[in-house]
Design a protein around this ligand. Sequence first.
Ligand code: SAH
Length: 347
Amino acid sequence: MEKKIDIKSLALEELEEELRGKGQKAFRARQIFQWMHEKLADSFEEMTNLSKDLRQQLSRDYELVTLQKKDVRISRLDGTRKYLFGLSDGHVIESVLMKYKHGNSVCISSQVGCRMGCRFCASTLDGLERNLRPSEMLDQIYRIQKDTGERVSHVVVMGSGEPLDNYDSLIRFIRLVSDERGLNISQRNITVSTCGIVPGIERMAQEGLAVTLALSLHGPNDQVRKSLMPVANKYPLKEVLSACSTYFKKTGRRLTFEYSLVKGVNDNLREAQALAELIKDQQGHVNLIPVNPIKEREYVQSDWHAVEAFKVYLEKKGINVTIRREMGRDINGACGQLRRSFMEDIR
Ligand code: SAH
């Protein structure tokens, strides 16, 4: 069977082109776009301002990607919701809704699994299964907004997967989710987190987007980074930080430097000192994350006073620092953990 076109991944202009090819007017494309991306329709049948014939033709010719909610766990501590979604080929992915004072933020996956191999991360233990399509990234947000009945205002591409390893779909996703004729989430409220793929960062700097880039640093030098993140063997810190400067210069968006604190590996004051030195010329702030231990690895979370001391040191050096508040600790909140426990149950 020929594969149907994934209609939810098309930009409005592409959809207009498609509809023109079927002898339809451009405004039909706008109606369909609105049904998919603003009204969050689950099927062509719902699109009641289109003729029955056209709706039938659409379902013959196109695939309307909708994820299947398999499970949701709601934290009793902070209302965080962790969703498990099924894809049409049987894979499962996870997404998280976090409720903040400033709005509802959804953390989405960009790939099924991951091939970056970071030592402390559960998403990468079985490698990469496949990339997600733009529609599959969008629908994580659409399902959650429909499920809660509350508007999603912020998106972080910080779930399973390396977004810059799925570059074209990522960019398409960002344009669609921020399209004012769709969900219209401001690009300023979108953050993309990367382990530091230099060509991807440089390319993204040229896209004319206003999204925030978060760099997973996790070490103040190549040696520590290499021990935690295999990608550091490919891209030395010097090049990664120079790409970050380019990103700031081109977009005006200040960066976030993520630093997961692992006891005895990267959390003493020598490392804080090296970190301060490393980023002193960068425009951005540091987000400290006490590492979330996974059972497959030996890594241990830094003690509270080590985290505090690290923070205070950076602040003394004039660096903006936050400690990431842990959300949904009671519901397998860390990347890839819920999916893994689900896969273990069905094996
Ligand atoms: N591949 C991207 C985005 C996904 S991971 C990246 O590397 O940035 C999102 C963030 O969570 C990254 O900073 C990642 O290093 C971090 N992370 C993954 N597993 C973690 C764990 N067990 N504890 C703390 N941080 C973790």
